[in-house]
Design a protein around this ligand. Structure first.
Ligand code: NDP
Length: 306
């Protein structure tokens, strides 16, 4: 029986593990994707103490820190089910392994939102991808479109512009919600064209993507001729496990937490992008903060013998 099972392998999870380890709690970290969404950040310029570090390097640092403690076990695999027991919680993995823990922290993060337009699924992996910063490298010298107006899209367009011939940044509004830092970065690139107040309505192609149809003609054509379409329109919190165990969600579909990162289920806590905390501001800094608070709450909960 572990003191705490932390489900997830992203920033919130690793931070929580550093804290639970130092509270001398027997900890298991379990998740499917090492590094989580943080792996897709090409450049993290807002992690205090590091002026510039890549997402994968930062995640490697988190992981090494968490695993430097003897009382932290690291398991890579998919958790299929979490159930309440008399003593705590039973977690069942995809390979049917089980483990028990007195408390659970869900730090399951989020999954990229799909647009749901014709051709999107058909050409997924054949020119349509959901991580511009990860995949831009494969489009050296080609023309690509990045969809969205948040940090992921605008950062993605700036990174893609370093290798692609031309980048169309297609956004449904005429203003970006991305940090002005990233907007300035794309403005500096002379191979990025802004296609604003425009929605993508179909991905077209043959074996691979050849174009993107728009609802509003741009430069006299309703089709952008591109080899790649990077869809960066936000994420959906990964709540299936917490939902199954009865955790209340907020109106945006995140696990509802209080200031102590407690969920509606006793002994269950949440942190990071999956939680309703930090005003839904999904950042490395907020995920780390929430992970530390969740760990402190687990410690208090176990101390109180609730
Ligand atoms: P966001 O939710 O911030 O932005 C999503 C964007 O996609 C918005 O511009 C939105 O448009 C648009 N959009 C949503 N749905 C649709 C749709 N159906 N059709 C067309 N457009 C759509 O998601 P991000 O992934 O950009 O960012 C998520 C979080 O991660 C944020 O907190 C962000 O700050 C953080 N992040 C931080 C980074 C960093 O610091 N290096 C890098 C990447 C992300 P509209 O604006 O009209 O709503």
């Amino acid at each position: 029986m572990k003191d705490v099972a932390i489900v997830g392998l992203g920033c919130a999870a690793y931070t929580a593990a550093v804290y639970t380890a130092r509270y001398k709690l027997d900890t298991v970290l379990i998740g499917e994707v090492e590094g989580g969404m943080g792996m897709s950040a090409a450049e993290v310029g807002n992690w205090p103490g590091n002026i510039d570090i890549s997402g994968p390097d930062l995640m490697e640092n988190y992981k090494n820190h968490a695993l430097s403690f003897e009382n932290v076990e690291h398991k890579v695999g998919r958790v299929e089910k979490v159930e309440k027991t008399d003593e705590g919680f039973l977690l069942t993995m995809q390979n049917s392994d089980t483990l028990e823990a007195r408390t659970v922290i869900f730090a399951t993060g989020s999954n990229k939102r799909h647009l749901g337009i014709p051709g999107e699924e058909e050409f997924s992996g054949k020119g349509v991808t959901y991580c511009a910063t990860c995949d831009a490298f494969f489009y050296r010298g080609k023309d690509v479109a990045v969809l969205g107006g948040g940090d992921s899209a605008v950062e993605g367009a700036a990174i893609a512009a370093q290798v692609a011939n031309k980048v169309y940044l297609v956004h449904r509004k005429d203003t970006f919600r991305a940090e002005p830092y990233w907007v300035d970065k794309v403005n500096e690139k002379d191979n990025v064209e802004f296609v604003l107040n425009t929605n993508a309505i179909e991905v077209i192609g043959d074996q691979k993507v050849t174009g993107l149809k728009l609802d509003t003609p741009w430069n006299g054509s309703d089709t952008l001729n591109v080899d790649g379409v990077f869809i960066e329109i936000g994420s959906i919190p990964a709540v299936s496990l917490p939902k199954n165990i009865g955790c209340t969600l907020d109106d945006r579909g995140h696990i509802l937490v209080d200031d102590a990162m407690k969920t509606s289920i006793q002994g269950v806590f949440a942190a990071g992008d999956v939680s309703s905390g930090s005003n839904h501001f999904a950042q490395f800094a907020t995920a780390a903060g929430e992970g530390s608070v969740a760990a402190n709450s687990v410690f208090n909960y176990l101390q109180a013998g609730e």
